[in-house]
Write a protein that binds this ligand. Structure first.
Ligand code: NAP
Length: 249
């Protein structure tokens, strides 16, 4: 999968939403999807970062994206429902959803973990993807062939000391991914749902988690894009309910 070579028109005419599209892996995915023909809905909390990736996509001559400023910390149920209505009015359907936005929280033992940080991490990393999925499922069902990708982590499959709410939120994401894969595996079978662990990647979140590490030892987000493209495009049509590693050991 990591050697997948995506055809140039893999995502032609597709409508694809990427959360956390302003930086790190989400930014690289938004650009890679646009480069392969998709109209990308850029969701994130920092408008200036969304505007900068918007400008980059436009300058490259890729399909014009859309910007949706949304802070998962404070967003209400109705914000997600209104977003679904806006997408329905403008595009009628959604062909792909990359749940990528997340926060690290603190690296602290459970007995000392601040409950407020716990709630915030669980909300941004697990409850927000639920609320967004809940609102988007009707639009995904309208696609001839839709892909939902949840972003997991190594500690979302095997917890490690001090990873706190981040690890637990990623276990929740794995659960939501399995739940949706099973529920959408119906007679139409047009929506596939998988979880993807990017593995150690050169981003600001990785530097926050491992401040002493040399960032150059990890691949850039761009280097992971073959897997992100494979899972988003029709070549992965029959893949659902899987836990995938972008950097298998
Ligand atoms: P990153 O550079 O910190 O990017 C995280 C993105 O999430 C940013 O665009 C950020 O927006 C957005 N975000 C954070 N809080 C938000 C909120 N309240 N509302 C809306 N958007 C919010 O991290 P990354 O490394 O690219 O991580 C991407 C995904 O990969 C995450 O799910 C992470 O858990 C996972 N992952 C990463 C690694 C790694 O080594 N990098 C390893 C395993 C898993 P702003 O830019 O505006 O802050």
């Amino acid at each position: 999968m990591k050697d997948y070579q995506a055809p140039a028109d893999l995502l032609k005419d597709r409508i694809i939403m990427v959360t956390g599209a302003g930086s790190g892996i989400g930014r690289a995915a938004a650009k890679a999807y646009a480069a392969h023909g998709a109209t990308v809905i850029l969701v994130g909390r920092t408008v200036s970062k969304l505007e900068s990736i918007y400008d980059e996509i436009e300058a490259a001559g890729y399909p014009k994206p859309a910007i949706v400023p949304l802070n998962f910390e404070g967003a209400a149920v109705k914000d997600y429902e209104e977003l679904a209505m806006t997408i329905e009015d403008n595009f009628d359907r959604l062909d792909g959803l990359l749940h990528n936005a997340a926060i690290l929280g603190s690296r602290t033992p459970v007995e000392l973990y601040d409950p407020e940080i716990w709630n915030k991490v669980m909300h941004v990393n697990a409850t927000a993807p639920f609320l967004l999925s809940r609102a988007m499922i009707p639009l995904l069902r309208k696609s001839p062939d839709a892909s939902v990708i949840f972003t997991s982590s190594g500690v979302g499959r095997k917890a490690k000391a001090y990873w706190g709410a981040y690890a637990v939120s990623k276990f929740a994401v794995e659960g939501l991914s399995q739940l949706m894969a099973d529920e959408l595996d119906d007679e139409r079978n047009n929506v596939r749902v998988n979880s993807l662990n990017p593995g150690a990647t050169r981003t600001s979140m990785r530097s926050l988690a491992y401040p002493a590490e040399n960032p150059k030892q990890n691949p850039t987000p761009e280097e992971l894009m073959p897997v992100y493209l494979y899972l988003m495009g029709a070549d992965s049509r029959d893949v659902t309910g899987q836990q995938i590693d972008a950097q298998p050991k």
